[in-house]
Design a protein around this ligand. Structure first.
Ligand code: AKG
Ligand code: FE2
Length: 270
């Protein structure tokens, strides 16, 4: 399904797109599940997949798991994930208030540990994202190569910090636009396809041209390594996300059957 060129691109740039992972029917079912789940709770973002079996086959989707295993030359395990249903990200919010983030940003940086570690020059935990709207252009902005430790000392990173520091400063929006054009790349993800990226890669949502809710499934996987240990024991502990094997998590509805499901699919991290 994916070839060695894609693999090389992935290590070099920090991301790749897995084509044709979901059928139209699967997308529609997931979209329906997401709507129902969120309506019940009246929220826009939800982190507990355990409560809704409809998402379990997606988490253990063979095409995704095989692709990740091929990309990493290793076997991956499920780390965490959730779904979001953001109302139109307005152009105003996008251009003035948002700058790029890493998916490890919920935890404070620790030298040599987060978002890198002494053993690798990138953090070996991965985000898989898929969008469920057919009516929106699901655009995401990425900073290629920003997953690598060398990125810290580049001019590109200085420009990124400037962009971050000038959030909400209307009078420099022209300069911010120029920085965007220089350092980032916008890609549109088609429904049915999945974007995979290193959690250390800087990314940000881009306002769609048309309006609507932006429905996304975000899951994270990792092979067993010092980084996955750190991710579970440190990053997730410092974020609003909870690891599914924790005691607290087990008190949630359906958690035990979810864990058994993951064990059965050989993606339970223990
Ligand atoms: O919706 C998107 O495109 C990005 C979402 C994201 O990066 C996140 O929730 O961490
Ligand atoms: Fe993110």
């Amino acid at each position: 399904m994916i070839d060695n060129n894609t693999k090389n691109f992935f290590y070099k740039n920090g991301y790749c797109v897995l084509k044709n992972i979901l059928t139209n029917v699967e997308v529609e079912n997931l979209k329906h599940g997401l709507d129902e789940g969120l309506k019940k709770k009246n929220i826009q973002k939800y982190d507990y997949f355990n409560e809704d079996e409809k998402f379990w086959p997606y988490i253990s989707n063979k095409k995704i798991l095989n692709s990740l295993n091929f990309l990493l030359n290793d076997e991956v395990f499920f780390m965490d994930g959730g779904f979001t249903n953001y109302k139109k990200i307005s152009k105003d919010i996008d251009e003035q208030k948002i700058s790029w983030h890493r998916d490890t940003d919920t935890a404070p940086k620790i030298k040599g540990v987060v978002p890198y570690c002494k053993e690798n020059n990138f953090y070996k935990v991965f985000t898989v994202m898929t969008y469920l709207n057919k009516d929106l252009d699901n655009t995401i902005s990425l900073i290629p190569k920003s997953h690598r430790v060398e990125y810290k000392t580049t001019i590109n990173n200085i420009l990124r910090i400037l962009h971050w520091k000038t959030r909400n400063k209307k009078n420099v929006s022209f300069i911010r636009k120029i920085i965007e054009n220089i350092i980032s790349k916008k890609i549109i993800i088609q429904t049915g396809d999945c974007l995979v990226f290193f959690v250390g890669l800087f990314h940000k949502a881009v306002a769609p041209k048309n309006s609507g809710y932006r429905k996304a499934l975000i899951t994270r996987y990792a092979p067993r390594s010092i980084n996955s240990e750190n991710y579970i024991n440190y990053v997730l502990k410092n974020s609003s996300r909870t690891h599914y094997s924790e005691k607290e998590f087990l008190s949630f509805n359906q958690s035990l059957s979810f864990i058994n499901y993951l064990k059965n699919k050989n993606i339970f991290y223990q």
